[in-house]
Design a protein around this ligand. Structure first.
Ligand code: CO
Length: 134
């Protein structure tokens, strides 16, 4: 069911420092910071030949990434995103297995303008999983 790895998202406390690390130390191509207030983050996209890394810095008081940074002050992998051909079919299949879809269970528009859902980390080996319509 899942297809390509769309991105790995890494929560960071200092986006400028993390961007410099990826650009200067690791030699990666990085985007300008993109504030996404509706998701409570500012994002920098790290473009790799086969996938992307997204550096997420908390934005606003009740950012979900802010809570993650409180628990993980050094930052860390926040979620991993796989592509699916049909987000509704994928959601329904997962719900049948008992997997928990976060929020109200309906896909919402994610960081790339495509429908996404998030799956409970306790159901997926301790990892928050995002599924994005391909
Ligand atoms: Co994501």
């Amino acid at each position: 069911m899942i297809g390509r790895l769309n991105h790995v998202a890494i929560a960071v406390k200092d986006l400028a420092a993390a961007t410099a690390l990826y650009r200067d130390t690791l030699g990666a191509k990085v985007s300008q910071p993109l504030p996404q207030p509706e998701h409570g983050v500012t994002v920098v996209f790290v473009e790799l030949p086969n996938t992307k890394v997204e550096l997420l810095e908390p934005l606003g008081a009740d950012s979900p990434v802010g809570k993650f940074i409180e628990r993980n002050p050094d930052g860390g992998i926040h979620h991993i995103c796989y592509e699916v051909d049909d987000i509704i079919a994928a959601r329904d299949r997962l719900k049948e297995t008992g997997a928990r879809v976060l929020g109200n269970g309906e896909p919402r528009i994610g960081a790339h303008g495509k429908p996404v859902i998030f799956l409970h980390p306790k159901d997926f080996t301790g990892t928050l999983v995002e599924l994005e319509q391909a």
